[in-house]
Design a protein around this ligand. Structure first.
Ligand SMILES: Nc1ncnc2c1ncn2[C@@H]1O[C@H](COP(=O)(O)OP(=O)(O)OP(=O)(O)O)[C@@H](O)[C@H]1O
Ligand SMILES: [Mg+2]
Length: 247
């Protein structure tokens, strides 16, 4: 089992958005995915409530219970855990960093996000954790000087994962309906980027992975906390020809 955490003290950089679509893309690629939502905003618990397909589990787990939850998941046959964290430097983010084999620091190509990324990087360095930066919400023409500068700055800070992720309406629409971008528009640019992102991450993970148990145990992981209050079911989106309805 491998564990990825999305961390950065900067709110709105795209942790929950990337976590949800990445979970779906990895699931479609054959992983048994479990999502841990550590953010009191409960974005991914809400996303899960909207999903008809419940094959990707999402649970809230507290910082104190995280190590035990990860240990239980490792024995349950789950192959990939994705942890979403709050946008602040907190005990919660640090617990997620410690539990992860690889941390992703999403950053938009703007000065405030880049500065915040640096402080997250320092925290990860002090914890001696593996991390990569992810440049998210890039303007569609990825050639702009701002994007190039952002990519260079993150590369200099310790390494940026490819591809750069564009600012695309599919991410917002998918989140609204409890889908991943590969479900709402499988042939779209956002879907292509997220599939490539999973491939890149997968290549990096074996270096960071801890020894997996020889044989997965049968017992499933125990939910660590009650899910957030249910949210109203969103209306069915207008279907496109290339859009697959979530099963
Ligand atoms: N690649 C993208 N393209 C378009 N919109 C995006 C993209 N990534 C994120 N967004 C949008 O940016 C906003 C913030 O994203 P998100 O909630 O995922 O950030 P976050 O890091 O989880 O924030 P917080 O720290 O508050 O939890 C949302 O409205 C989301 O739809
Ligand atoms: Mg979030």
């Amino acid at each position: 089992m491998r564990t990825i955490a999305l961390v950065t003290q900067k709110g709105g950089s795209g942790k929950s958005t990337i976590a949800s679509s990445l979970a779906v893309a990895a699931h479609e690629a054959g992983e048994r995915v479990f999502v841990i939502d550590m953010d009191p905003q409960a974005s991914l618990l809400r996303w899960y409530k909207l999903r008809e397909d419940k094959s990707i589990a999402v649970e809230a787990v507290s910082a104190a219970k995280l190590p035990a939850a990860i240990a239980a998941l490792a024995k349950s046959g789950v192959t990939l855990v994705i942890i979403d964290t709050p946008g602040s430097d907190s005990a919660v983010s640090q617990a997620a960093m410690k539990a992860a084999d690889l941390c992703i620091i999403p950053s938009r190509p703007n000065a405030f996000d880049l500065w915040a990324s640096e402080s997250t990087r320092q925290m990860l360095k002090s914890l001696k954790k593996e991390f990569v930066f992810l440049l998210n919400q890039c303007p569609p023409s990825q050639q702009s000087a701002r994007v190039q500068d952002g990519a260079k700055a993150l590369e200099a800070m310790g390494g940026i994962i490819t591809p750069l992720v564009g600012s695309r309406v599919d991410f917002q629409e998918a989140a609204r309906y409890g889908w991943g971008v590969t479900e709402i528009n499988p042939a779209g640019y956002a879907a292509d980027e997220v599939r490539k992102l999973w491939s890149s991450l997968k290549r990096r993970l074996p270096k960071a992975v801890k020894a997996a148990p020889a044989k997965p145990a049968a017992a499933p992981a125990k939910p660590a906390a009650a899910p957030a209050k249910p949210v109203a079911k969103a209306p069915e989106p207008v279907r496109q020809d290339n859009r697959k309805k979530a099963a």
